[in-house]
Design a protein around this ligand. Structure first.
Ligand SMILES: Cc1cc2nc3c(=O)[nH]c(=O)nc-3n(C[C@H](O)[C@H](O)[C@H](O)COP(=O)(O)O)c2cc1C
Length: 381
């Protein structure tokens, strides 16, 4: 008899190990690594591990609730799916399953500009929980069109990522040929053959595409040309004037992702952002980056409660989510954890990952004797 998901993967680390055995090495290394020497990935982890919470056993506490109010919307839990580009390379159909689950579980789903499903598909699946992550294009018409497509399909949350002024230096991807232009080597083909579930799913779904960008890519572009086109079409530096022009056009909630300092937080607020995501891009851009947790602590004390403060980086359990919330985050996002779920268990793994994080967070809240997520900061000392 086939073992249940919880017997096969009782925690995110188990999902990660399943993913390692189920997808080709080049895809796994694309997902798991940060940049350079992986210092920023490790320091996100170390900062979270070092944060302790203090239970209050001898206090009265009603049943703990995970409900979360964020920028005027009520979610069932204070965590969501972070944007992940080239999601179809990691697991074919990953973003579609995650978007569907976000709607069912009532949590936010952020679609990457570079994901393998389009704005329209994500909107249909995630519905009111669809957020769009925007790498502003250099061509004004494309920029305007992408925002209009997001808005017209019902998206009301635009997440502008500011932390990619240069491409992250990722040695594993360079070794594996995941560069611009990509190289299909005998080694990659062999790694794919060794992972039949991934290969079959890829054959069923087709080669992963940058689905939202597809209408703008020249029809005759081959794999190498597409990669060059994408790199040249998306702005590297997002400056204050880019933010100002996006703010002018976007009527919904504007969220700036990639904030690591109080100064940038204040600049984004001056540009009329409704929310900030404190993030070092999962350690994939600057290997010497401050851990998200440390940045969160200093930024929380520098800005008012009017701006929604969200965070991501290194979430591997409900305990990690509680740690971020205790340090003042209003909500938390996870990138790799959700990807390990689908890569390890197939598309049903998206639902399982959300349920697992929920269950772990609920357990921490009950253990602390904490009634609501807004109360978590009281358990820091
Ligand atoms: C494989 C991969 C691809 C990513 N692609 C994007 C992207 O297209 N846009 C973006 O804003 N962030 C991207 N990120 C960063 C995530 O949104 C998020 O900041 C990060 O994954 C959080 O860390 P965690 O994976 O440890 O949870 C990516 C992360 C990974 C792991």
């Amino acid at each position: 008899m086939r073992r249940s998901f919880s017997e096969r993967a009782a925690c995110i680390e188990d999902l990660k190990q399943l993913a390692r055995r189920r997808i080709p090495k080049f895809a796994y290394e694309y997902l798991v690594n940060g940049c350079n020497s992986n210092c920023a990935v490790n320091s996100n982890r170390q900062a979270l591990d070092a944060l302790h919470l203090f239970p209050r056993y001898l206090t009265d506490c009603p049943e703990s609730s995970l409900q979360c109010e964020l920028m005027g919307q009520t979610y069932a839990a204070p965590f969501g799916v972070a944007p992940v580009g080239l999601s179809g390379l990691i697991w074919p159909g990953a973003s579609a399953s995650q978007a569907r689950v976000a709607h069912q579980a009532n949590i936010p789903f952020v679609l990457s500009s570079l994901a393998s499903i389009s704005i329209e598909q994500a909107a249909e699946l995630a519905q009111e929980n669809f957020w769009f992550q925007f790498y502003p294009p250099t061509v004004k018409e494309i920029s305007t069109d992408l925002m209009a497509r997001a808005w017209n399909s019902g998206c009301r949350h635009l997440v502008v990522t500011i932390d990619v002024p240069s491409a992250g230096y990722r040695p594993a991807d360079i070794r594996n040929g995941l560069s611009v232009p990509p190289k299909i080597s005998a080694r990659n083909i062999w790694q794919s053959i060794c992972r039949p579930a991934w290969s079959l799913a890829t054959v069923r779904h087709g080669i992963p595409q940058f689905a939202s960008m597809q209408p703008y890519i020249p029809a005759d572009a081959d794999l190498g040309n597409v990669a060059h086109y994408i790199r040249n079409t998306l702005k590297k530096v997002v400056d204050m004037s880019t933010l100002a022009s996006i703010r002018k056009q976007w009527q919904g909630k504007l969220i700036v992702k990639g904030i690591l300092t109080a100064e940038d937080a204040k600049r984004a607020i001056a540009a009329e952002a409704d929310g900030l995501i404190i993030s070092n891009h999962g350690g994939r851009q600057l290997d010497a980056a401050v851990p998200s947790l440390q940045a969160l602590k200093s930024i929380r004390s520098s800005i008012s409660r009017d701006t929604a403060l969200m965070v991501d980086g290194g979430v591997e359990s409900g305990v990690d989510i509680a740690r971020y919330l205790a340090c003042g985050a209003d909500a938390v996002f996870a990138g790799r954890a959700f990807m390990y779920g689908v890569a390890g268990l197939g598309n049903d793994g998206a639902d399982y990952t959300a349920a697992l994080l929920r269950r772990e967070l609920q357990q921490v809240m009950e253990q602390l004797r904490c009634p609501t997520i807004a109360d978590l900061p009281r358990f820091l000392k």
